[in-house]
Design a protein around this ligand. Structure first.
Ligand SMILES: [Zn+2]
Length: 198
């Protein structure tokens, strides 16, 4: 058993011993957060969540991929969330490569690449794969612009209700602060009000 696997299972035993609040299936506070998988971000802590409070959808960059939108649509349509946050962050790894970079690295080998002052280098033994040519890795060039683009894509998606406010934020990894991206929040304003609940 690997060290990490042992550590995770031991931590879970501790968690089980003090486990109490189950929460309900639909999120009690009726909101959802789409954010990056970056290990420095802990949405439960930076947004004050307890078990059962909210949906947190994570991927590389916190991008509005088809799969992220799939989760958001389920979150609203079946589980009743009413407000959504798109939260990217400063110093995101998705700013540090392009599709071309990762495609070239993966075509050489599948092993972990290294990064130094001159850029990314593949040090694996290979073989790699050309399959990455078919992937859009949704890398980020301008952090603020990426939040705007993602909020806009969600807002205009045919399966997303116009009643949902979508807020756009950047999380500052140096301070822990959420900083609004006003142009994104403007894009995310509801385009119609929700039908009154009978
Ligand atoms: Zn990131």
């Amino acid at each position: 058993m690997s060290k990490i696997l042992k550590e995770v299972l031991a931590a879970n035993e501790q968690y089980v011993s003090r486990f109490g609040d189950l929460g309900s299936l639909p999120p009690a506070r009726r909101f959802a957060i789409l954010t990056c998988m970056d290990a420095r971000l802990d949405p439960a802590r930076f947004a004050g969540l307890s078990e059962g409070d909210a949906h947190v959808i994570r991927n590389a960059g916190g991008r509005a991929s088809d799969d992220a939108i799939r989760s958001l649509v389920i979150s609203y349509k079946l589980l009743g969330t009413r407000e959504w946050f798109v939260i990217h962050h400063t110093d995101c790894g998705m700013e540090k490569f392009s599709d071309d970079t990762i495609r070239t690295l993966l075509s050489a080998s599948l092993e972990t690449a290294t990064l130094d002052a001159s850029g990314w280098h593949d040090v694996g033994r290979g073989p790699g794969s050309s399959e990455a040519q078919y992937f859009d890795f949704l890398t980020i060039r301008d952090p603020e612009e990426a939040v705007v683009v993602d909020v806009r894509r969600i807002r205009r998606h045919p399966l997303v209700s116009g009643a949902i406010p979508i807020y756009g934020y950047l999380y500052d990894v140096r301070t822990g602060q959420l900083i609004e991206v006003p142009a994104a929040s403007r894009e995310g304003e509801p385009v119609r009000s929700e039908a009154p609940v009978p």
